[in-house]
Design a protein around this ligand. Structure first.
Ligand code: PEP
Ligand code: MG
Length: 868
């Protein structure tokens, strides 16, 4: 049988799995020679044995821990259960991963009526002895016997009222004895210390399976099988008198990351009093005046621990009659900004390597440098929650239409655009809005993709809201009515909708952040490009470190107010001549836009995708708008209506879109290619080195590619011959349909690059509409029918498998193809790890996610792979 009980001098910090995080750190501190009250740990496999044995402790466990107990008695010079010289214990749970929701600590275990009296005699401090005893009863009743703690607190409150007392410090030994008598009337608990210990150990194991703990494990993908350890440690007392106390501290400031010892303590108090916040603690700096010797030891200890662990530590300590004890150390939780500062400072101080610094920062931490964020401590009045579609925090007045957004925002008023969903027609409103909130949609629907591209905060799929445009209201499930021009706040990082103006932390760059990004670039293999189509977005993308444009959605360029009517005219044309007039105008717009992109990107590749969406998306929806358009175009309204109706599709996402448009209307492709290459020629003459990559969307077979490539190459040749120049270029395809992936071997013959459009690929693999998924995905996640929203984190099992097949098969046929991803997953850290592992050359994401992607790509290369 494996050893089940370890003394604190028998383990180390590397034994987390066996002894739990808390236990491993207690062992480590003991072997460093720090003043840790001695104790033992029951291992995590024992927890499994406990469950396997039908919630019973293994047969010889008690004998085993009794041996450890004797050794602790020897070391501490006191005896468990001896009234004249009692040894008391704290008992805590300690899993290999930090896990809230498990058993609380029991302190002062080993007390009973006789021992309380003995402790009073021995210490000459009966007040302390009886206070400790009543605390024990209270905790034991709560944690082991499962009796709610409120009744105990109420008993104290009533007693104080009756006896005209307010503070605990006014309570005498007699008062506490009276309270104990009251408690005894409320609960029956074992007087035998050995029974107390056994029951406490059982309670720790049982707490592994409380609903809260199970829920936490499910949320965080922690396996049920790992189990918890039990830490049993000799008690020391911070509530012994004015020369005693307890405190918690961080080796650096956890909110700013400043290198400044930071914490608080309470004189004459147990550790739980500091945590409970009953009295206001004092800042750690005043301990230097109050107990200089203790402070010196504490300061030296925290410094040593931080150096030893090479990380910021969160510590707990106790002072008993002027003697200092360490009770706990662990890696300290910190804000995003602090995590970057601490990581970079520690490299400068020689504590960690730059690679380690990279692994210390979570990609999400990076968001706080790029967007204002809702201050978590200021969050109140959450009235609804949706999908966290685009990070950042935004406050503004609610408007329900894009036109209204523009009108209200004209004088600088901040607005939030609230819609059932957004369409390309809403772009002008989205541009002026501080944030966007939609009732419908998912993580890759129009609102989400566009907002992310603009770096604007957005919440989509907020099914808890019902929007009524006529009344100008959005009503929550709980009946809260948000009216037009009400002020609300959106938290795009969590999906929370709040009433009023909630405090935010400002976005701001820092030298440390730039340094960290520099290290990321040094260690990543994956290239990082941006999805961008405007000069502004491209400039931002370069500023944030993009190495090219991986997806320019050309249709976004035609939604602008000054060009949408031309594309509408083209769509509504009844013959080729009429269409050509509009195409000629569009060519000029397209060319000017492309030239601007080539200028900004200078010599970096720009992947331009041919027109993708169904044509009717460009047409106005309402009857009034349709008539107005007919007037502007000089066409009969009935004709416009008829063509528009003919273009309507039952299932547009699977309809006349993508390369199918190029096949049926090669003249549109001709115009686009002429504009792209014409712009490249002009950019080259202006001293740039443009590198266009023309990308064909939604392909299903190689014949489509060939048909379209013929058109593309013919135009390229014409332009280059006319201009008498040479421009490097590539022609490639998006990989967005399962058939394209499964037939990649043949596609390979016709392309130089393949870019996975995982938005559509996910949609078609799952058969989940990317625009309607908001209606049911939350329920699916709740019920664990899917692990993640597949439109957020790439589904490795099926969608990822299609990608792998496509790469392997196409490589068999042709070497040198470049592989990328431009679906929204290209900016998701977990998906980026997978993209690295399967050997993509680059990821492409919205500009504001470029820094996140740079860090995630470096972590993918430095850390363990996703399949490990
Ligand atoms: C995709 O489908 O992943 C993609 C990038 O194209 P879009 O989102 O424009 O359909
Ligand atoms: Mg697509």
């Amino acid at each position: 049988m494996a050893k089940r009980v370890y003394l604190f001098n028998e383990g180390s910090k590397d034994d987390r799995e066996l002894l739990g995080g808390k236990g491993a750190n207690l062992c480590e501190m003991t072997s460093m020679g720090l003043p840790v009250p001695f104790g033992f740990i029951i291992t995590t496999p024992t927890c499994r044995e406990f469950f396997e044995g039908g919630n019973r402790l293994p047969r010889h466990l008690q004998t085993e821990y009794n041996v450890a107990l004797k050794l602790i008695e020897d070391r501490m010079g006191s005896l468990f259960g001896d009234p004249d010289n009692p040894l008391l214990f704290s008992v805590r749970s300690g899993a290999p991963v930090s896990m809230p929701g498990m058993m609380n600590t029991i302190l002062n275990l080993g007390m009973n009526d006789v021992i309380a009296a003995g402790l009073a005699r021995k210490t000459g401090n009966p007040r302390f002895a009886y206070d400790s005893y009543r605390r024990f009863i209270q905790m034991f009743a709560d944690v082991v016997l499962g009796i709610e703690g409120d009744g105990f607190e109420e008993a104290i409150i009533d007693y104080k009222k009756e006896h005209n007392k307010t503070l605990d410090t006014e309570m005498t030994a007699e008062d506490w004895q009276a309270i104990i008598e009251i408690y005894k009337g409320m609960v029956s608990f074992p007087q035998d210390p050995a029974v107390q210990l056994r029951q406490a150990i059982e309670a720790v194991f049982l707490s592994w399976n409380t609903p809260r703990a199970i829920f936490y494990r499910e949320m965080n993908n922690i396996p049920d099988s790992i189990g918890t350890a039990v830490c049993v440690q000799a008690m020391v007392f911070g509530n012994f008198g004015d020369d005693s106390g307890s405190g918690v501290a961080f080796t650096r400031n956890p909110s700013t990351g400043d290198k400044q010892f930071f914490g608080e303590y309470l004189v004459n108090a147990a550790g739980e009093d500091v945590v409970a916040g009953i009295r206001t603690p004092q800042p750690i700096s005043s301990l230097e005046q109050q107990m200089p010797a203790v402070y010196k030891e504490l300061f030296a200890t925290q410094k040593r621990l931080e150096e030893h662990y090479s990380d910021m530590q969160d510590i707990e300590f106790t002072i008993q009659q002027g003697k200092f004890y360490m009770l706990q150390t662990r890696s300290g939780k910190r804000t995003g900004r602090a995590s970057v500062k601490i990581a970079v400072d520690m490299v400068n101080e020689g504590l960690i390597s730059d690679k380690e610094a990279l692994m210390r920062v979570s990609p999400e931490h990076v968001e706080s440098f790029l967007h204002p964020m809702v201050d978590p401590s200021a969050k109140t009045d959450i009235v609804a929650s949706g999908m966290p579609a685009s990070p950042g925090g935004a406050t503004g007045k609610v408007v329900f239409s894009a036109d209204e957004a523009v009108t209200v925002a004209a004088d600088g008023t901040k607005v939030l655009l609230v819609r059932r969903e957004t369409t390309p027609e809403d772009i002008h409103g989205m541009k002026v809005a501080e944030g966007i909130l939609t009732e419908l949609g998912g993580m890759t629907s129009h609102a989400a993709v566009v907002a992310r591209g603009m770096g604007v905060c957005a919440i989509t799929g907020c099914a808890e809201l019902t929007i009524n445009y006529e009344q100008g209201t959005a009503t929550t499930n709980d009946g809260v009515v948000i009216k037009r021009m009400d002020t609300i706040t959106l938290d795009g990082a969590t999906g929370d909708v709040m009433l009023g103006d909630i405090a935010k932390t400002a976005a701001s760059d820092s030298d440390d952040f730039q340094k960290l990004l520099g290290w990321a670039d040094k260690y990543r293999r994956l290239g990082v490009r941006a999805n961008a189509e405007t000069e502004e977005d491209a400039t931002k993308a370069r500023e944030l470190g993009a190495e090219g444009i991986g997806l320019c959605r050309t249709e976004h360029m035609f939604f602008e107010a000054d060009r949408i009517d031309h594309i509408r005219g083209m769509i509504l044309s009844e013959n080729r001549e009429e269409r050509q007039v509009y195409l000629d105008r569009l060519l000029e717009f397209q060319k000017a836009d492309m030239k601007a992109l080539f200028r900004v990107m200078h010599d970096l590749p720009v992947t331009v995708r041919l027109l993708d969406p169904p044509l009717h998306e460009f047409l106005p929806h309402g009857d009034e708008e349709l008539e107005a358009l007919a007037k502007r175009l000089g066409k009969p309204a009935d004709k416009v209506r008829e063509i528009s109706q003919n273009l309507q599709e039952v299932n547009p996402m699977l309809g006349f879109r993508g390369c199918r448009i190029s096949v049926i209307h090669p003249e549109i492709t001709e115009m686009q290619v002429a504009a792209i290459i014409g712009a490249a020629v002009e950019a080259q003459r202006d001293g740039h080195n443009p590198y266009p990559e023309i990308m064909i969307p939604l392909v299903v077979n190689v014949r489509e590619i060939r048909a379209i490539t013929d058109v593309i190459e013919k135009v390229i040749m014409e332009v280059l011959a006319r201009e008498k120049v040479s421009i490097p270029y590539k022609i490639g395809t998006m990989m967005e349909t399962p058939r394209a992936c499964l037939g990649a071997e043949r596609l390979a013959t016709a392309v130089e690059f393949m870019s996975f459009g995982t938005n559509d690929l996910t949609q078609m693999t799952y058969g989940f509409s990317r625009d309607d998924v908001g209606k049911f995905i939350a329920a699916y996640l709740d019920r664990k029918l899917v692990e993640d929203d597949p439109f957020v984190t790439l589904d490795q099992r099926a969608v990822g498998r299609l990608m792998k097949i496509a790469i392997e098969d196409s490589k068999k046929r042709k070497k040198g193809i470049k592989y990328g991803i431009c679906g929204e997953h290209g900016g998701d850290p977990r998906s980026i790890q997978f993209c690295h592992d399967i050997g993509l050359d680059y990821v492409s994401c919205s500009p504001f996610r470029v820094p996140v992607a740079r860090i995630a790509a470096a972590q993918a290369n430095v850390g363990p792979s996703s399949s490990e």
